[in-house]
Design a protein around this ligand. Sequence first.
Ligand code: SAM
Length: 243
Amino acid sequence: TDFGFRRVAKDDKQHLVEKVFTSVASRYDLMNDLMSGGIHRLWKRHFVATSGIQKNHRVLDLAGGTGDIAKLLIPKVGTEGHVVLGDINQAMLDVGEARLIDAGFYGRFCCRQMNAEQLPYDDNHFDAITMAFGLRNVTDKQQALNEMYRVLKPGGKALVLEFSKVNQPFLKKLYELYSFKLLPEIGHRVTGDRDSYQYLVESIEKHPDQEQLKAMFEQAGLDMCRYQNLTAGIVAIHTGFKL
Ligand code: SAM
């Protein structure tokens, strides 16, 4: 394709990610449902339900996009808690803000544009930070994890839900067929934008596997790092604590 993601320099990645998400923002939720057959909703619900996040927690939902995770977090932290929806892309945040207000959560969250590599907070600020399907889009992933560690309070928890590596050979073949052949085609038909979905597939392919990401959590200084595979490792939840 002319998009040439494979050819661009690392410094240009942020610009590309910006372009991709701005172009899909208004159709993003519909696409998630179509591409995953609705399963992303189950993964996200499981992610938040098992997060250990409690009433009165102050939580940052990083790369929060259109607010799927924030929508589940807000009832969990209650009126005593607070959720920040943080994303680098204002178009995604605008969709997210409107959805959360529609859901009746006015005044219980705030939206803030931010880069995961350089969080606009002092040290020791949040009880938990969630990041769902966001880390693979960040240019310097280790730096994003270091920043999560820095702004977590001691005792705070980092949680990443992300595409990972499928651990069953047969399923892996099917999944590759689906993602390389079918997915960009669906993307093209629904949004008229094949390149953005080509980017999506490539970013999944390049993302560190379960053990590599766990090692990066440890490298950031997080303790008790572990992961849980969902749907045979199509996605995994990585967690770690700042102790
Ligand atoms: N968390 C949401 C969800 O699960 O539906 C949105 C995920 S969406 C696939 C990825 C998001 O990451 C986009 O909204 C994009 O703008 C954001 N993003 C990409 N790079 C980022 C960065 N460096 N810092 C913060 N957000 C970033």
